[in-house]
Design a protein around this ligand. Structure first.
Ligand SMILES: Cc1cc2nc3c(=O)[nH]c(=O)nc-3n(C[C@H](O)[C@H](O)[C@H](O)COP(=O)(O)OP(=O)(O)OC[C@H]3O[C@@H](n4cnc5c(N)ncnc54)[C@H](O)[C@@H]3O)c2cc1C
Length: 400
């Protein structure tokens, strides 16, 4: 019976272990994760877990009993620091050596850190783990001042939780608009207006130069020509994929661990899935490194199938979601690929979808509080559509 070792115990790792059992793998499955938790979902960390609506047991991907029943060994607090491809073993920082027949690297990513004046002061946080959020929550509170560095999805989700809880919120964004890296100027403007209307103060084209403090505790953020008073600071400026152990083992890496459409690296017995991997997308004709749950789950299923000899390939149009206030944004495809925008619904009522077409073909969609439009968009991507019918709320999208 062959042994599968999984490095990392996040979303992708939890799913691949479950899929392997479902696909009929009977040999040992050993998951090694450096955090003190069994696999959990990160999306609630900047949403319901941060706001206190969801307790930790609702954040876990599956309960411990699942792993016990399926005889999956989940070993927490274990860091892998070396892969020996010749011996087919992994080594942990505790000095242990474990043998594998197939190895899955699911090491995810880590928050990109600032290294500027005062960046090591207490009260400056990054948001990636349960431990990060527990620390942040203990410092949040009505009437306190929070400064969020970075106007991306995570920063804006935190802003919505913080302002709703009665905090004074400033978002500092270096670019000319929030969400610049991920969406269109129109969607950025919509979210800018939404946050401003709820009391969030957004400062674009403003670079953070440093932090001021007192007795080791942050007190202010130096940005642009101002100092913003702060009781707590959250920095959300992107992530870095955890590729180091793969690179040191001679596995090809370039903006992530390079894999083929089967999630296999240049070593036929080593797979890489989730945030850390860079895969080819045959539908879009280019390589992608995605930071999303659907990608982690899909790649996990594909890697499992290939370990089981099923020859399955990964080909999906990327999709993502973000929850801010009572608004659910669901996105499919890349809006930047389009050359025409079609609006359906009512922006003022916070219920609409924007479709992105390229030469008449649907390439992407953003849907706000419009799950039906989102679901149908997922099916219509890649197809020629009638723009006038898309825009007309009287047209049943199913007829397209
Ligand atoms: C706050 C937040 C909100 C998000 N919201 C959304 C959302 O709304 N929608 C969405 O689709 N996606 C969202 N994401 C992204 C999504 O959570 C990630 O894409 C997903 O978690 C990736 O799963 P993964 O298993 O690849 O990596 P991770 O979940 O990062 O898991 C990797 C694990 O491996 C561990 N590890 C790393 N190196 C080693 C090592 N050498 N030895 C042992 N263990 C190691 C890491 O510590 C980590 O625990 C969000 C992410 C964050 C942080």
């Amino acid at each position: 019976m062959s042994t599968v070792v999984i490095v990392g115990a996040g979303h992708a790792a939890g799913q691949v272990a479950a899929s392997l059992r479902q696909d009929g793998h009977e040999g040992p499955i050993i998951m090694l994760g450096d955090e003190p938790f069994i696999p959990y979902q990160r999306p609630p960390l900047s949403k319901q877990y941060l706001s206190g609506e969801q307790a930790i047991d609702r954040v876990y991907l599956r309960p411990q009993k699942f792993y016990d029943d399926k005889i999956i060994s989940v070993r927490t607090g274990v860091t892998v620091d070396l892969i020996d491809r010749t011996a087919k073993t992994v080594h942990t920082t505790a000095g242990e050596t474990l043998a594998y027949d197939d190895l899955i690297i699911a090491t995810g990513s880590r928050a990109r850190k600032l290294s500027i004046q005062g960046s090591d002061l207490k009260g400056i946080h990054y948001l990636r783990t349960v431990a990060d959020v527990d620390a942040i929550r203990s410092e949040m509170g009505t009437g306190k001042k929070i400064v969020i560095v970075g106007g991306g999805y995570i920063g804006l989700e935190v802003a919505s939780v913080a302002v709703t809880s009665g905090m004074e919120v400033h978002v500092i964004e270096m670019e000319a608009r929030i969400l610049q890296r991920v969406t269109t100027p129109e969607m950025s403007a919509y979210y800018h207006q939404l946050h401003t209307s709820r009391g969030v103060q957004i400062h674009t084209s403003t670079g953070v130069k440093g932090f001021t403090g007192e007795n080791g505790q942050v007190k202010g953020v130096l940005a642009g020509n101002q100092t913003f008073a702060a009781d707590v600071v959250i920095v959300g400026i992107g992530i870095i994929p955890n590729i180091e152990i793969a690179k040191e083992a001679g596995i090809t890496c370039e903006n992530g661990i390079v894999v083929d459409e089967c999630c296999r690296t240049n070593d036929p017995h080593i797979y890489a899935i989730g945030d850390c991997s860079n895969h080819p997308n045959p539908l879009l004709g280019r390589r992608l490194r995605l930071e999303s749950v659907p990608n982690a789950m899909d790649q996990a299923r594909v890697a499992s199938a290939n370990i089981r000899g099923q020859d399955k390939t990964y080909a999906a149009i990327p999709w993502f979601w973000s929850d801010q206030y009572e608004l659910k944004l669901q996105m499919v495809g890349f809006s930047a690929d389009g050359n025409q925008q079609v609006l359906r619904g009512d922006k003022a009522a916070n219920q609409f979808a924007v479709f992105y077409l390229k030469d008449g073909v649907l390439v992407a969609a953003d849907a706000v509080n419009s799950p039906k439009e989102f679901m149908l968009s997922k099916q219509l991507v890649g197809k020629k559509v009638d723009a006038a019918k898309l825009a007309d709320p009287a047209t049943d999208l199913k007829t397209l």
